[in-house]
Design a protein around this ligand. Sequence first.
Ligand code: ZN
Length: 402
Amino acid sequence: MDDGRPVVAYIASLELMKVSSLLPSNPQRSAVVHTLARSLGLYARDFSSKRALVLVPPQKAEPADLIIYHTREYLDFVLDPDNAEQNSHNAAAKTEYGLEEDCPMFPRVSDYVRLVGGAAITAAKKLQHPRCELAICWDGGRHHAKKERAEGFCYVADCVLALMAMRRMVQPGQRKPRIMYLDLDLHFSDGVSQAFHQTSSTSPHILTFSIHHTAPGFYPTSPLAHLPTPNSDPFTLSLPLQQGASNRTFFRAWRCVELIHTTFDPDLIVLQCGVDSLAGDPCAIFNWSLGPISEEGSLGWCVSRVVNHWRGKKLLLGGGGYDSPNAARAWAYLTSIALGNPLPLDTEIPSDDSHEYFPQYAPSFVLDVPAGTMQDRNTNEYLESVERAFEAAAIAVHTRTK
Ligand SMILES: [Zn+2]
């Protein structure tokens, strides 16, 4: 922190990695992710001359920190270690709090909730430091969690907690911050979008924008997961894409993102970088490539736009991503972009003894997550209708914020 470079706060610790690696939907993913980041030298002081990565351990949130969003009943249950016991007789309560099926109780779930929730609060605190331009928490981005229950592999609403903490970041003499939450995960950000839906009628300070896939029966079904209409809340935006969405489609969608960003003019950004939207993910819905940043519409290009061309401090969060080596590749690449020194996509995965997950990167053993051959079903007509809907939404945002 002493050489004058701007700082990227990378929220991580051995304990966070260990408990995140127990997540039933993503076993070991956190360990794979952080091990690759370290092996590639991203933690080294001299990785980038532009920004310095500082490792920041997350605080362990107390119930009082989590209750600003979650209900006391949910917290009492999920934070009680006795309820994670195999022989725990709480079937009715587990059903009530969503702690079954895709969100089963697991060993150390209480530590997991406290650390991932605490990571959001730690990140918001770090961003108050004048030199800290960005914070990154790849173990966060749990955008389906509700205030009163776990849903969709998400046990704690860290995105909401981060937004609630960041909206209190008022600089002396400046307006109350406007925050844009942008979600690139394959799935709609229902937990975050619901949390702030129609809360902006008199004081529009948080705008949520989710690019995602929707289809009949595709998780999560939500009345908010559709294109904006004249009657919908222009601060709760959704941009659904059809199967096979490629860089070309994301480039078109990005025009809508830029239009809303310019109109809303946020002071702070929260970017959820779920990578189940990339080609090669087991979800197999989109055909989006990781990079390069020179290719318009790629994930790396989009994140580079946010990091390098949008004003204000940014928090980058993880999310979905069910091929652990690909999630590690993607988040290492995005970290290198955040640090101002994008790694080449043909960078070889380190094979030294300290990188125990090397065999998982077969057969390519390089950083790239390339597009596949899936057909892009987003037609020009569909994308034109998207653009028209967002042009109208931008006018509504302008009318309510001027
Ligand atoms: Zn997802």
